[in-house]
Design a protein around this ligand. Structure first.
Ligand code: UGA
Length: 425
């Protein structure tokens, strides 16, 4: 697997075994498939635009090789009007023996749970220009629309509403993708600003987020504050959406601010550490979590890596552990001391930073950890841990947005000193 996701390897292996999935050349795929989903990468160019060269290459090969009818579906995240360009391109390059429709079918899968999201989606959006394309896509998705298929994930699938099958024009489907991701990113930057305000005004962001999210018009998801959004989707999609809007004469300054707030999370978090440790040079700092989110080994645009780079630049010694992402992080930042487990990473550390909310970090043997660290301080960049549990084991806990707890039990001499130093908070 080029990317880790729990059980993805099993699903792929099983599908291959049953002859339902095979890998081959582009030409072989074109020869066999009546429907061709183009899923190539559209990475950001230096100016924030999406690089569509892989998409163009795939379309050219289809135009030259395919004969008869083909439904060509753009799955990759692309700017609005790409479908129209594709149609033009296919028309110019095809030999005349190809009859085709072009459709947009944006994906809303999250890394780490993409199989689950694919099989049990909230919505399936297709952008089409012909009834033939709409009918074909409905036929393809019918088992998922009806939720009737042998599910590789669950013995009994969760009881959910069946997905909505939304048919739009191609331009609208393309816009839905960028607008969805940008809206979710906006929600995260919004809650992060509220978190800063909570911190300054003496409120608790966890309580505030709960209170906001109970309004069904707002919803409780994507209101988790922290060190900001990362990964290969939100940062690049927000940027690309701003560029797309610019090209059409719309100034999407709102999203520029979303991006700026997100970038500022890194410095703000490092400032929190600096405020505690005073001088960072020569200090041993433990990092738990490198991936941009749990259940993946993806470190692209991971906030954890940006924080580590800042700490290293200030002369700190970083010892890190992640259940899945260490190989990929090592390729990016070899200077870090990568450790076998979360305890080894914490050895003689002056602070333990939680930068990805892996489940494993919620089941720590805190008493054991207390004997290993130089100073019992947890700085939780994801508000992932229970402040009470951590404090009950003699650790000072600093979360995001006014969530903190003072060490309750003096498990180490350091903890005693700390307790009195931080009273009466
Ligand atoms: C995102 C979207 O959620 C998917 O719907 C979309 O299909 C995908 O991008 C894509 O365009 O391919 P993904 O990047 O896998 O999925 O991850 P998310 O779960 O959305 O998280 C993105 C980032 O936001 C992570 O760094 C996560 O830690 C952060 N986040 C998320 C928060 O900081 N707070 C939250 O409340 C939620």
């Amino acid at each position: 697997m080029p990317i880790f996701e729990p059980r993805l390897d099993e699903v792929v292996a099983e599908s291959k075994k049953r002859g339902r999935l095979s890998f081959g050349s582009t030409e072989q795929a074109i020869a066999r498939g009546r429907a061709i989903f183009i899923c190539v990468g559209t990475p950001p160019l230096g100016n924030g635009d999406a690089d569509l060269s892989a998409l163009e290459g795939a379309a050219r090969t289809i135009a030259k090789r395919a004969t008869g009818y083909r439904l060509i579906v753009e799955k990759s995240t692309v700017p609005v009007q790409t479908g129209a360009q594709l149609r033009k391109h296919l028309c110019v390059h095809s030999t005349g023996r190809l009859d085709y429709d072009v459709a947009s079918n944006p994906e809303f899968l999250r890394e780490g749970s993409s199989v689950e999201d694919f099989l049990h989606p909230d919505r399936i959006v297709i952008g089409v220009e012909t009834q033939r394309a709409a009918d074909f896509l409905r036929e393809i998705y019918q088992p998922i629309i009806d939720q009737k298929f042998p599910c590789p994930l669950h013995a009994e699938c969760p009881n959910r509403n069946p997905p909505r099958f939304l048919v739009t024009d191609t331009n609208s489907a393309e816009l839905i993708k960028h607008a969805s991701n940008s809206f979710l990113a906006m929600k995260i930057s919004y809650i992060n600003m509220v978190a800063d305000l909570c911190e300054a005004a003496g409120a608790d962001i966890n309580q505030v987020a709960q209170g906001i999210g109970l309004d069904p018009r707002i919803g409780s998801s994507f209101l988790r504050p922290g060190i900001g959004f990362g990964g290969f989707c939100f940062p690049k999609d927000v940027q690309a959406f701003v560029r797309i809007a610019d090209k059409f004469g719309c100034n999407f300054s709102l999203l520029r601010e979303v991006e700026r707030i997100n970038q500022a999370r890194i410095d703000r978090f490092v400032e929190k550490i600096r405020a505690e440790l005073w001088v960072l040079r020569g200090k041993r700092i433990c990092v738990w979590g490198l991936a941009f989110k749990p259940n993946t080994d993806d470190v692209r645009f991971a906030p954890a890596l940006a924080i580590i780079r800042t700490l290293l630049a200030e002369g700190a010694v970083v010892q890190a552990y992640d259940p899945q992402a260490m190989e990929k992080a090592k390729a990016e930042i070899p200077e870090v001391n990568y450790c076998q487990d979360l305890y080894q990473a914490a050895a003689e550390a002056e602070a333990v930073l939680v930068l990805t909310e892996w489940e494993e970090f919620r089941h720590v043997d805190w008493s054991r950890l207390a004997t290993l660290v130089e100073r019992p301080l947890i700085v939780d960049g994801r508000n992932a841990l229970s402040p009470e549990t951590v404090a009950n084991h003699g650790f000072q806990y600093l979360g995001i947005g006014g969530v903190s707890a003072t060490a309750k039990v003096s498990s180490t001499p350091g903890a005693v000193a700390l307790e009195s130093a931080t009273e009466p908070n």
